[in-house]
Design a protein around this ligand. Structure first.
Ligand code: SAH
Length: 343
């Protein structure tokens, strides 16, 4: 019999699924809370009778992750390599900030978007993660380090896994469940325009981060194949619609790549494009990826770019590089793990 994964259902769906066991209705809330508290098996649900736990485990399953490796940086950043039930691996990073612990989760095993500077996409997408697997990354870390913020910025394109992403956000923010404020949840996209509109229609209060990385189509298409489908103009128009529908400021991510997108001409055009918008630019020092041709901008070029934006009234920050001494950004740990010869 196919087991239904309860951790990938919304509360309403879970209550519906449990109906076949003829349980009193309060059980749905109880089981939903156990999942939110990080239960990876029905066995852990100690206030349910042994008999009920058995019944549940015959008919249903729960997503879980197992720790394969964990690297701890001198700044406290932790990078986990998790193994999923089917043997696939994903990466999750815990970052410590003054405002609390933020976890960067993966949304897919691999990625199909093909961005030319990124390690996550080198071998394409293996599969989507379920909503339960997205949450399990947080649940696991939350056992030792209470998680207050979540960014969906790890491996994968979250809007290419739309339904699971939305269920995950609803569960993470449900007062019946984990209860995280939606304002503490950020989702990052390479710019899938129809999905940005679909997200806007749900009127969630999450922060949308858009990986812009270039203000003109020529440069952006060189970096990101997705730009061949949705141009810079179409993407920025979708972002405007998103802001109009939700009232939320968009955060534009901009990786600084030497001589490719970091010239004064790029800064001027970026400022022009974003003038008057409810926007924020986050400059990201590029992490060098062995298999990729690009190199990071120097600190001087980064500063010049940042100053030019500031002078034109654009809100800009530069991402602090956490975990420099461990396997840097997205996909690099998984790539390295899978490159290692298996004994
Ligand atoms: N697919 C989503 C989310 C995952 S990537 C997106 O594109 O936004 C998360 C962020 O890391 C993106 O802004 C991505 O462009 C950036 N990134 C990818 N490779 C990088 C690298 N080598 N150095 C710095 N940032 C990188």
């Amino acid at each position: 019999m196919v087991q239904t994964d309860l951790s990938s259902l919304t509360f309403e769906e879970l209550a519906e699924a449990l109906k076949e066991l003829n349980l009193p209705s309060f059980r749905a809330g109880q089981i939903y809370r156990w999942i939110a508290r990080g239960a990876f098996s029905f066995e852990e649900m100690s206030d349910l009778s042994k008999d009920l736990r058995n019944q549940l485990s015959q008919r249903f399953s729960l997503a879980c992750v197992a720790e394969e490796t964990c690297q701890v940086s001198s700044d406290g950043t932790k990078k986990y390599l998790f193994r999923l039930a089917d043997g696939n691996h994903i990466e999750t990073v815990l970052m410590r900030y003054e405002h609390g612990n933020s976890v960067c989760i993966s949304s897919q095993v691999g990625c199909n978007m093909g961005c030319r500077f990124c390690a996550s996409t080198l071998k394409g997408k293996v599969r989507d993660l379920t909503a339960g697997e997205m949450f399990a990354q947080i649940a696991y870390i939350n056992r030792t380090d209470p998680v207050s913020h979540v960014v969906v910025m790890g491996v994968g394109e979250p809007l290419d896994n739309f339904d699971a992403l939305v269920t995950f956000v609803r569960n993470l923010s449900s007062p019946k469940g984990f209860g995280m404020s939606q304002r503490h949840i950020s989702v990052s996209t390479c710019g899938l325009v129809p999905k940005i509109d679909a997200l806007a229609a749900l009127n969630l209060q999450i922060t949308l981060s858009v990986s812009l990385h270039a203000p003109d189509n020529e440069t952006r298409s060189r970096l990101m194949p997705v730009n061949g489908t949705y141009s810079v103009e179409e993407l920025l128009a979708a972002c405007d619609r998103y802001t109009k529908a939700t009232g939320r400021r968009i955060s534009y991510e901009y990786i600084m790549i030497h001589s490719v997108n970091d010239t004064p001409r790029h800064a001027e055009l970026l400022a022009k494009r974003l003038q008057g918008k409810l926007a924020h630019v986050n400059l990201i020092p590029m992490n060098h990826v062995e298999e990729r041709e690009f190199s990071p901008s120097s600190p001087e070029r980064l500063r010049r770019f940042s100053d030019l934006l500031t002078a034109r009234g654009i809100n800009v920050t530069c991402r602090r590089k956490l975990g420099k001494d461990i396997d840097a950004s997205c996909g690099q740990l998984r790539a390295r793990f899978e490159r290692k010869p298996k004994n």
